[in-house]
Design a binder for this molecule. Structure first.
Ligand SMILES: NC(=O)c1ccc[n+]([C@@H]2O[C@H](COP(=O)([O-])OP(=O)(O)OC[C@H]3O[C@@H](n4cnc5c(N)ncnc54)[C@H](OP(=O)(O)O)[C@@H]3O)[C@@H](O)[C@H]2O)c1
Length: 347
């Protein structure tokens, strides 16, 4: 059965990616576009479009609205996607959850709440069971994405679990689109590198351990691995590159690590799920944002991560990964979460 969906933050960098990915979606009909008062009342065709292709035809004549809960009833909304800034998301998502809506959010506001799962379906789909607890408590529920760098990181770490993860040290090279629009001032980032992204390192360190953690009825038991993150903004438009150093409990061969990543399974039958979530590159200079950000095909373009440059150094495993920050790191993962929730009977 088709579902009516609303989009909060429809005019921002992430909101536009949602609009693009929901075009002709086989399950979801986008019925409501919400923004701040800056855009409310405008036709969507007047929004400053940041993505490569044209504004999709289906939204051009839709009017952007201010947040007003009654609009959700009027449009008979089943599912809400959120691309709101964290501070705004706290109130609006909380209010909609009390009104029985199913919310799939990119914002950080609820990620670390005990009864709210952060879900990457291929890695920890079973954490979505926390939805039942939220339904009992509030009526509706919130499922979140992780922060954009963490999404790629946990996908790469999931197949390594058989060697038992003890420690993860990650250094990120993050794209400008990760800061939203207009984001970082050109004067700060042009031909430059900025070794500070507010709260990003803390988010990676705790969200990675939550996603890789164990589902318990009242919440998630955090994974015991130590995680250390260092984050840097670089003058790249889309795609976060990450250098990952991992200490495993058991000895390993690089060939076995690559095999485990290549064989890591996608979720079959969901429209936005990539057949291969991890693409192993053998070239000496890959992955790269320009060449690998849109890995994958059709509706799941940008949903696969690319990994490469595997080395064993002083018994540590070292490799690089590349994740598209607004697709797997944002809108695409939220849409996949909603597809997963529908197909598993949570909605
Ligand atoms: N960009 C990424 O790669 C990325 C990755 C993962 C997670 N996220 C998270 O996703 C969320 C959105 O990020 P973004 O990069 O798209 O930010 P953005 O470009 O700044 O967009 C923010 C959106 O929220 C709307 N908004 C702001 N205040 C509002 C209010 N009071 N009521 C209703 N709408 C309001 C804005 O509307 P106006 O345009 O009218 O102001 C805009 O549509 C953030 O929580 C961010 O942390 C982003």
């Amino acid at each position: 059965m088709r579902k009516n969906v609303a989009l909060l933050g429809a005019t921002g960098a992430m909101g536009q990616r949602f609009v693009q990915m929901l075009d002709s979606h086989p399950y979801f009909d986008l019925r409501l576009l919400i923004s701040s008062s800056r855009h409310a009342g405008m036709k969507y065709s007047h929004v400053h479009w940041l993505l490569g292709d044209e504004i999709p035809e289906y939204v051009r004549d839709m009017q952007v609205e201010s947040f007003e809960p009654n609009l959700f009833e009027k449009e008979d909304i089943d599912i809400v996607f959120s691309a709101l800034p964290g501070d705004v998301a706290r109130d609006i998502e909380g209010l909609l959850r009390e009104r029985n809506y199913a919310i799939f959010s990119n914002a950080s506001a609820y990620r670390m709440e005990e009864d709210v799962p952060i879900v990457i379906p291929e890695v920890n789909g079973e954490h979505m069971r926390l939805v039942h607890l939220q339904k009992e408590r509030y009526g509706g529920f919130i499922v979140t994405n992780s922060n954009c760098s963490t999404s790629g990181l946990v996908l790469a770490l999931a197949p390594l679990q058989r060697w038992k993860l003890e420690e993860v040290i990650v250094s990120t090279y993050q794209a400008i689109s990760g800061a939203g629009y207009p984001g970082v001032a050109a004067m700060d980032i042009n031909a430059n590198v900025v070794p500070f992204i507010k709260n990003e390192e803390e988010k990676i360190m705790r969200e990675t351990r939550k996603i890789l953690g164990t589902y318990k009825q009242e919440g998630i038991e955090m994974h015991p691995a130590k995680v250390t993150a260092s984050c840097v903004r670089v003058p790249v438009r889309d795609g976060h590159l990450e250098s990952v150093v991992v200490r495993l409990d058991k000895d390993f061969e690089i060939s076995d690590i690559k095999k485990a990543m290549r064989e890591f399974k996608g979720i079959s039958g969901l429209p936005t799920a990539p057949f291969r979530p991890i693409i192993v590159r053998e070239e000496e200079n890959r992955p790269q944002p320009v060449l690998d950000a849109y890995a994958g095909h059709g509706r799941s373009r940008g949903m696969s991560i690319s990994v490469g440059r595997f080395t064993k150094i002083n018994s540590y495993l070292r490799f690089f990964l590349l994740v598209h920050n607004t697709i797997r790191g944002g809108a695409g993962n939220a849409i996949l979460n909603a597809e997963y929730a529908v197909s598993n009977g949570y909605i």
